[in-house]
Design a protein around this ligand. Structure first.
Ligand SMILES: Cc1cc2nc3c(=O)[nH]c(=O)nc-3n(C[C@H](O)[C@H](O)[C@H](O)COP(=O)(O)OP(=O)(O)OC[C@H]3O[C@@H](n4cnc5c(N)ncnc54)[C@H](O)[C@@H]3O)c2cc1C
Length: 225
């Protein structure tokens, strides 16, 4: 591949104690915990909303843990679930076909925005961590890309909650991708078929394979067509 070098400087957008990269469940928990321990916290999220795969991929039934299942859930997750339920109730008015106790992704996005604001966390959406600033072998900040261009968020502590280890990879940490030998990642699974969409015949074979692999235990079937 041909390479070019472009000398450039990056504006220091924010200096904080802790920068959390990725606004999914892990990042939200980390950011709130850090803020409650007195740290000035920045939360950086690539998408237009918080919640990670819960809101982006409609993993709404993840909150079934609190409803008759033998899991002992506590801490910030439990607090969010109960607080959300007080404000928005259950979501069976929107989709009646699954567990009525689930979150609604759209309401959860609204809830999480106000939650992190209340916790005093500085949030940047539409901002992707694309690089790190290293000094003497330590990560001293992250470079984010947004419509504002490249900016540095410098921090005493950098927490990687990107789900993909983007910060660690940028810092040069060795990694493997996907399953051993095949390098396959998880397939798109049920989100590609569940909203009543009928796949074209040419694509049914691989969708069917992914569907049956991931939902074998539920007994659900691909729609006919
Ligand atoms: C289809 C599907 C079904 C699932 N079903 C269940 C289930 O039934 N029950 C259950 O408990 N779990 C389920 N899961 C798993 C669950 O969603 C994940 O375990 C959980 O979301 C992981 O949280 P996380 O915060 O680590 O990562 P994620 O949810 O992936 O969040 C990572 C966040 O980081 C952001 N990000 C990534 N890279 C960057 C970057 N470079 N810069 C800035 N931001 C970045 C992403 O946009 C995302 O918002 C399912 C997942 C999928 C995809």
């Amino acid at each position: 591949m041909k390479l070019v070098t472009k000398p450039m400087s990056v504006a220091v957008r924010k200096e904080v104690d802790v920068v959390v990269c990725g606004g999914g469940p892990a990042g939200i928990g980390a950011a709130i915990a850090a803020a409650r321990n007195g740290a000035q916290v920045a939360l950086i999220e690539d998408r237009a909303f918080l919640g990670g795969n819960i809101t982006a991929c409609y993993v709404e039934s993840c909150n079934y843990f609190l409803h008759g299942h033998p899991f002992d859930v506590s801490g910030i997750y439990k607090e969010i679930e109960l607080d959300y339920r007080d404000q928005f109730g259950s979501s069976d008015d929107i989709r009646t076909d699954f567990d009525p106790h689930r979150f609604s992704s759209e309401y959860l996005k609204i809830y999480l925005d106000s939650k992190v604001e209340k916790e005093g966390i500085w949030l940047r959406l539409h901002s992707k961590v694309v690089d790190v600033l290293m000094e003497e072998g330590q990560v001293k900040g992250v470079i984010i890309a947004s419509k504002a261009g490249l900016e540095l968020i410098s921090a005493k502590v950098v927490i990687d909650c990107t789900g993909d280890g983007d910060v660690a990879a940028s810092a040069g940490v060795p990694f493997e991708q996907g399953a051993k030998r095949t390098v396959w990642c998880s397939p798109a699974r049920s989100t590609s078929a569940s909203p009543g969409w009928t796949a074209p015949r040419s694509r049914r074979s691989w969708i069917g394979k992914a569907w049956s692999t991931s939902t074998r235990s539920t007994g659900r079937r691909l729609p006919k067509g």
